[in-house]
Design a binder for this molecule. Structure first.
Ligand SMILES: *[C@@H]1O[C@H](CO)[C@@H](O)[C@H](O)[C@H]1NC(C)=O
Ligand SMILES: *[C@@H]1O[C@H](CO)[C@@H](O)[C@H](O)[C@H]1NC(C)=O
Ligand SMILES: *[C@@H]1O[C@H](CO)[C@@H](O)[C@H](O)[C@H]1NC(C)=O
Ligand SMILES: *[C@@H]1O[C@H](CO)[C@@H](O)[C@H](O)[C@H]1NC(C)=O
Length: 962
């Protein structure tokens, strides 16, 4: 309700000034009484005593035709117009309300109130209505069939009453009877059940709003053939990709001026017929995600086009270099596509342009002067491309520019002076480029947002930076500045400060000066000793990253804080205990204290800290038992406690953490049976219990979907025995899928250079250690090695088609190697060594085209080693210790009985085949941790660039329409 009220306020403010109505006749006494009684029946959102100032003018003593919101007939004095929009009305209009006696109404506007009840059938009694606006009222339920009695309607707006539905029969009746309709706005009304037969739509329609109506299945492109249609809004109508192509517009009259087809999952290319729309001024095809092909030149040369939004699609090729001399473009957004080639030189013809966004493409070449002389430009985003070379040294005019984003390109040489001195510039992002040299004076005092991080800038920071009193966000991280070991400043409005990787030896002197600071990154510096005291007294802090420093003394006492959500102190030299006062930070969402030298027990209160979702204490020297009181409402998503000295049993309360995705307890001293009760956790993706003292058999699963989301299952180096748990393998549903991830989706979370990720993952697989910054989601693995499992490998193993690595080595497994392993065609690494397998090597294994590491050594395998494909690449040590094997690559020929030359393995060779699971999981978790960090960043701070585009863009359009 709060946010609804906020919305209303915002939009009402806009409407208020445009909806006064004045009239000059004397009010009809009947209508006056009716309105006065209506007034007394009203409830207002704010409070019981409150009366909206407009309605407060409705006084018995005055002529009702002079009341705000009331319009009378000039002769009869009957009330013919009522506008109580944005009046804070609240609650139901009862059927016995005198309101329904206003039978002469021709225009009724109740928009933007909070009337969350059924739309009364009595609205059908206002038969004289030509205009009815009930938008943004939160009406719910079925639209009464009586609405079809309003046969004189010219304009009906029912938009954004999210609970409203049309029934097919009443929709049809309505269309039959309303032949004068010019404007029909049904945005947000549920039309799933209505069939939109275009034959029935009034041919006088000029404006049709069907945004977010779930109408996609019923949509016929003939809608576009309505002869007088000028505005058509069809965005947000498809929630699943269904292969629909954009409608053919060849029948459309030339009358269409506004066409919004955004957010529909349309695919394919833009049909040629779009260039028939010669009166088009506004075209939005954004967020269809699947639109592709090149952008037709004919679209860019439509003479009246002022607004073109194609962002978030897959358009490719060059931007056609066809922008004509005479054009009306004000906004052009081609961002988030696959556009290539250079910036077209005719962009310089867009002399009316206010907003240009070409970010997140693959544009190359230089940023030339032509694009930088668009005098009305306010917003320019060329970020995330491959633009290179130096920026032009001089520009003629960008005097209106407030936002400039060139970040994440290959720009080099020095930052030209104009960039830092544009008179109106508020936001500048030049980060993630290759700029060098010194920063010359910053003249523009208006800066609110200045990102220069991840370049190769040198020299001293100019003093003028420290006088930018309006600055809200500053990023200087990862440059080669000199003389930067301490940092004093006075930015009263600062919210975000990134000073990572700058060689800082002292905490910046910030105490008490920055009441708003929310986001502070001082990671990867040389800060030593104690965490500065002011830091944990700063209530506004939300994100604090001090990782990768030389801090040694942990925080002794955390004071109460309800804002801090992210705290990363990993990779320091912290010693001593974790103070249980950490739980005073009641808002904590992410806590990373990993890779330190912390000792003592894990404060039990952490297990029921209600907002905590990431608890990463790995690689310390913590001892004692695991907390036993994980609470029912736990939001914990990631628990990394690996590589400590924890002992005791596994607490059953872990099964309360229903959000848990990653649990890593590797390398501790935990002594317990297998925690099969974890099968109740529906999202568990990574389970690593490696190298503990766990024992006994792994009991069969009881739940149908137990462990079905697991992608990494590592219980190696324990004392488990009994047979390999077949029911688990059957249940590992997620491992059965082979998903070909698109670029950008493959990794657990994106890596952003603004937030330094402290945990890189080293994976030793395929015998080569590889350090990952981010871990692919398809790294699917099972490791049961170094236990006492016996019996055979279940044949169903062959169903886990997604498996990348499988390790059963160092057990007591026997029987044959199942042929079904040959179905695991994604397998890159297979280790069955040091067991008692007795069979031939199945020739099916030669199907494993991606297999890079094979270890079958030390078994009792016999017969000929299969040949061909990958098998030609394995060497002796894949097979040693199986005296019955013969053939390539062994020197023992299968045709004779000559003994294989004895080759005793060195210890090193054996080691070579071990998988570094712990490392895998560090990285895996790390990806997610980082992702969550990013999420917070977006949620609570939000990069202006992002906000402007997502929120600003949307609002801009809304306002334009209304
Ligand atoms: C309005 O004024 C008239 C005459 O002054 C009076 O008779 C009537 O009761 C008043 N109505 C209300 C609702 O106060
Ligand atoms: C209207 O009906 C409600 C109950 O439905 C009743 O409480 C109220 O007194 C009635 N108002 C009038 C003016 O009759
Ligand atoms: C159509 O409008 C007329 C005139 O208002 C009305 O009498 C009639 O009942 C309406 N038809 C339907 C099906 O509602
Ligand atoms: C729309 O209405 C249908 C049928 O009543 C319902 O199944 C569907 O969930 C509704 N859609 C939305 C978005 O509310």
């Amino acid at each position: 309700m709060e946010s609804w009220a906020g919305w209303l306020l915002l939009l009402c403010f806009h409407m208020f000034f445009f909806h006064f109505s004045f009239s000059h006749s004397l009010c009809h006494p009947h209508d006056k009484i009716v309105l006065l009684q209506f007034k007394t029946s009203l409830n207002f959102f704010d409070s019981y005593d409150y009366v909206d100032p407009k309605i407060a003018t409705w006084e018995n003593e005055t002529d009702c035709c002079s009341w705000v919101g009331v319009t009378c007939h000039l002769i009869s004095g009957r009330v013919i117009g009522l506008d109580v929009s944005c009046s804070g009305l609240y609650g139901e209009i009862l059927p016995n309300s005198t309101f329904f006696y206003l039978s002469h109404l021709q225009s009724l506007n109740l928009a933007f109130n909070y009337i969350d009840f059924q739309l009364s059938s009595l609205f059908g009694g206002f038969v004289s209505l030509t205009r009815l606006n009930l938008s943004f009222c939160d009406f719910e339920g079925e639209i009464p069939s009586q609405i079809s009695q309003l046969s004189k309607l010219e304009s009906l707006d029912l938009s954004y009453n999210f609970g409203l539905r049309w029934k097919e029969s009443s929709w049809k009746k309505f269309l039959q009877n309303t032949t004068f309709l010019k404007e029909l706005i049904l945005d947000g009304v549920n039309m799933t059940l209505s069939s939109m037969s275009p034959l029935n739509l009034s041919t006088s329609l000029v404006s049709l709003g069907l945004e977010s109506t779930s109408i996609q299945r019923n949509l016929r492109s003939q809608i576009l053939c309505l002869p007088k249609l000028e505005q058509l809004h069809l965005s947000y109508n498809s929630y699943s990709p269904n292969g629909q192509h954009l409608p053919d517009l060849s029948c459309s009259g030339a009358s269409l001026t506004i066409l919004d087809l955004s957010y529909n999952h349309f695919e394919g290319s833009i049909p040629a017929s779009f260039s028939n729309l010669t009166h088009l001024t506004f075209l939005d095809l954004s967020y269809n995600i699947y639109l592709n092909g090149s952008i037709p030149s004919s679209l860019l040369t439509l003479p009246g086009l002022t607004f073109l939004d194609l962002r978030f699609n897959q358009f490719s090729d060059q931007i056609p270099n066809v922008f004509p001399q005479s054009n009306k473009f004000q906004e052009l957004d081609l961002s988030h596509n696959n556009m290539r080639g250079e910036l077209p030189s005719t962009l310089s013809n867009l002399q009316h342009l206010i907003h240009l966004d070409l970010s997140r493409n693959q544009l190359s070449g230089q940023i030339t002067l032509s694009i930088l002389n668009l005098q009305y430009l306010i917003f320019l985003d060329l970020s995330h491309n491959r633009l290179e070379g130096p920026l032009p040294n001089k520009i003629i005019s960008l005097s209106n520019l407030t936002q400039l984003y060139f970040n994440d390109n290959l720009l080099n040489e020095t930052i030209p002076v104009w960039c830092l001195s544009l008179p109106s510039l508020l936001e500048l992002d030049l980060s993630d480029n290759q700029f060098t040299g010194h920063i010359r004076a910053i003249v523009s005092q208006s800066f609110e947002f200045l990102y220069l991080c991840n370049n190769k800038l040198q020299g001293n920071i100019p003093q003028s930076i420290f006088t930018l009193v309006n600055l809200r966000q500053l990023c200087l991280s990862s440059n080669n500045f000199s003389g930067f070991h301490n940092f004093n400043y006075n930015f009263p409005k600062l919210e975000v400060l990134y000073l990572s990787s700058l060689g800082l030896t002292e905490f910046p002197k910030l105490a008490g000066k920055v009441p708003m600071l929310a986001d502070l990154d001082l990671s990867n510096n040389k800060l030593n000793g104690i965490v500065s005291k002011w830091l944990h007294e700063m209530d506004s802090l939300n994100y604090l990253n001090l990782s990768q420093n030389l801090l040694s003394t942990p925080v002794k006492k955390f004071s109460r804080n309800h804002n801090l959500k992210f705290l990363d102190l990993s990779f320091n030299l912290l010693t001593g205990d974790i103070s249980s006062s950490i739980c005073n930070v009641s808002s904590l969402n992410v806590l990373v204290l990993s890779h330190n030298k912390l000792v003592g027990v894990i404060p039990p209160c952490l297990a029921n800290l209600s907002s905590l979702s990431v608890l990463d204490l790995q690689r310390n020297k913590l001892n004692g038992t695991l907390p036993s009181n994980f609470s029912m409402n736990s939001l914990l998503n990631i628990i990394n406690l690996n590589d400590n000295q924890l002992e005791g049993i596994l607490p059953k309360s872990l099964s309360n953490c229903t959000e848990l995705e990653i649990l890593n307890l590797a390398n501790n001293q935990i002594e317990d049976k297998f925690p099969d009760w974890l099968q109740t956790l529906p999202r568990l993706t990574v389970l690593v219990l490696r190298a503990n003292k766990l024992y006994g058999p792994v009991p069969s699963l009881k739940m149908k979907y137990g462990f079905s989301c697991l992608l990494i299952f590592d219980i190696s180096s324990n004392n488990f025995n009994g047979s390999i748990p077949k029911s688990y393998i059957q249940n590992f549903q997620a491992m059965k899928n082979v998903i070909s991830y698109k670029v950008g989706e493959l990794y657990m979370q994106p890596y952003s250079s603004n937030k330094s990720v402290t945990e890189f993952a080293t994976i030793t697989t395929k015998s080569i250690p590889v350090t990952f910054r981010k871990i692919p989601k398809n790294f699917i693995t099972i490791d049961l090695s170094r236990n006492k499992f016996d019996g055979e490998i279940p044949y169903v193993i062959g169903e886990l088609h997604g498996l990348k690595a499988l390790n059963f080595s160092h057990n007591r497994l026997s029987g044959p190697i199942p042929q079904s392993i040959g179905n695991l065609t994604n397998l890159e690494s297979l280790d069955l060594s040091s067991n008692m397998f007795m069979s031939r090597i199945p020739t099916e294994l030669t199907n494993l085209n991606f297999l890079e590491v094979l270890n079958l050594s030390y078994n009792q395998l016999v017969g000929e080693i299969p040949e061909g494909k990958q098998f030609n690449t394995f060497e002796n040590n894949s097979y040693i210790g199986n005296s019955g094997l013969c053939g390539f690559p062994l020197s023992k020929n299968c045709n004779n009985t000559e003994q294989q030359s004895p080759s005793s393995p060195s210890f090193g060779q054996e080691e070579r085949f071990e998988f570094g699971w712990e490392a895998v999981v560090i990285g895996y978790g790390c990806g997610i941790i980082f992702g969550i960090g990013l999420g917070i960043f977006v949620l609570f701070i939000g990069k202006p660039e992002w906000l402007v585009k997502m929120v600003g863009g949307g609002l801009r359009k809304k306002m334009r329409r209304r």
